[in-house]
Design a binder for this molecule. Sequence first.
Ligand code: NIG
Length: 381
Amino acid sequence: MSTLITNIGELTTNDADLGRRADAALVLDGDRVAWVGDAASAPAADERFDAAGRAVLPGWVDSHTHLVFAGDRTAEFEARMAGKPYTAGGIARTVDATRAATDEELAATIRRHVAEAVAQGTTCVETKTGYGLTTADELRSARIAAEHADEATFLGAHLVPPGSTADDYVALVCGGMLDAVAPHVRWADVFCERGAFDADQSRAVLEAAAARGLGLRVHGNQLGEGPGVRLAVELGAASVDHCTHLSRADVDALAGSATVATLLPACDLSTRQPLPPARELLDAGATVALASNCNPGSSYTTSMAYCVATAVLQLRLTVEEAVHAATKAGALALGRDDVGHLAVGARADVHVLDAPGATHLAYRPGVPLTHAVWRKGRRVR
Ligand code: NIG
């Protein structure tokens, strides 16, 4: 079954040759893009969708979420808004609730959040374990993550669980836990931050994961400057996420590497952190991605449009840079060349905005602008 999407007002392709174009059309065939060009020369297809001058983008690639969880941390959020600092200690509350939940409850929760994201134009989602912190709980989290998201990441090294020492826990993560979980995920991550895992412990986890063939990602420099960015770059991680507190040396290290700096502005706002030096990173030549970091503690939103608007209004990205960060750069952070762009052969992940151009994402912040969504060639909204 093929679909011609025509009368596109502004088409963002993220493709060097096709660029951003007016009066465009594209054809989806099965789960792939089959044709892109001027509306006037578009081929026929089984079905026709008239975009009526609306803007079309690749679906959002949300490269950082924590959707395998149970419970709620509204009280912690309220306390934060009243002035209490975010310390990541609340992760333990979500661990308790997640361990107590059934598989069906966890699956229903992730399904609900993925559906919520898709309805807002997200077509590729990464998600993580990290609220289990025992071998059995991390294993079931990994299975659920892999079943419901496009990319699954092992984050056993999220926090040292109460009752364990850091050394004992790191030994478990690097040994039996990774043995059990590695077959179910493509990525491993570590929370390299004061109060979580230090540079040596983080390195041990990442090297053990790499030895099992997993790609690497790092949570780094969220609550203060630290070794996360440098470690991620040194070990060739696909991305280092948060990057809120960066030294000039961190910016230069990212600019000189293939490691994507994934910024999570919704998290910085929700935890009353400063905003990351996005302009500095881009001007230095680093690749910058945007992701929601959806989780019940530090960033409870699935809205990539909110992240894009924030990036433009507060991080001073251009609309084009912000859209690229939320699509193509997210794909790079996930090592994917099939999503985040619209060219022949790409996955048919299409987001039609109820607006003539992508600028409206920042010009009309908070307004639900998603008009239609195709994910893997299937109309899902
Ligand atoms: O990315 N930084 C660590 N992990 C999550 C927070 C999770 C939580 O507070 O529950 C994050 O912000």
